[in-house]
Design a protein around this ligand. Structure first.
Ligand SMILES: COc1nc(N)nc2c1ncn2[C@H]1C[C@H](O)[C@@H](COP(=O)(O)OP(=O)(O)OP(=O)(O)O)O1
Length: 165
């Protein structure tokens, strides 16, 4: 399946909590997620991650670390999307909601609202929360149904990125 869109998704962390936002529009509307969006033309993945965090929750990320990648095969769309996953535990400014993510809320790692998130989230969040390098591939038959998935942990990011290609 040809890769269509490339996205970023960033998780700010503090005291065993992660900042999530409720998406108010577009892809994933009504679901809690990290902060991110489409990589623009002539933009690096890391610059996209930094820009989206500032646009969507108002802070400047200073130690962004890419830890994984998820490839989504969307059977219903006959296309595949790739989402680059980052974590960040140092940032400047105060987090605030935006037009696209409102409200925002710090969730304890033990209290994440998986019932109001994309169905794939519980599969790879454990790796993200532990800052383990990982690669995942998820096949959706429709927006609510996962046909198959594979998640693998790696010792380095470069190896993790290979599986998603
Ligand atoms: C298909 O499954 C998905 N699961 C999860 N957990 N997250 C996903 C999935 N598909 C996309 N995402 C993430 C990737 C991005 O962080 C957002 C979607 O970004 P959006 O479409 O809002 O991108 P923007 O560039 O911000 O869009 P606008 O042009 O509308 O501002 O969800």
């Amino acid at each position: 399946m040809p890769v269509g869109k490339i996205f970023t998704l960033v998780f700010l962390k503090r005291n065993n909590s992660v900042l999530l936002g409720l998406k108010t529009r577009g892809l994933g509307e009504g679901l809690w997620n990290g902060f991110g969006g489409k990589v623009e033309e002539n933009e690096t993945v890391a610059n996209c991650a930094r820009r989206e965090v500032e646009e969507e929750c108002g802070v400047i990320a200073s130690d962004l670390k890419q830890i994984g990648v998820v490839r989504y095969d969307l059977d219903y769309d006959k296309s595949a999307d790739v989402v680059h996953i980052f974590t960040c535990s140092k940032f400047d400014g105060f987090e605030k909601p935006s037009e696209e993510m409102n409200p925002i809320k710090w969730y304890k790692y033990t209290d994440i609202p998986f019932e109001q998130m994309w169905p794939d989230a519980p599969k790879w969040y454990p790796f993200m929360l532990k800052d383990k390098y990982f690669s995942a591939r998820v096949i959706y038959t429709d927006k609510n149904t996962i046909k198959d998935s594979i998640i693998q942990e790696f010792g380095s990011l470069s190896n993790a990125l290979k599986l998603a290609q």
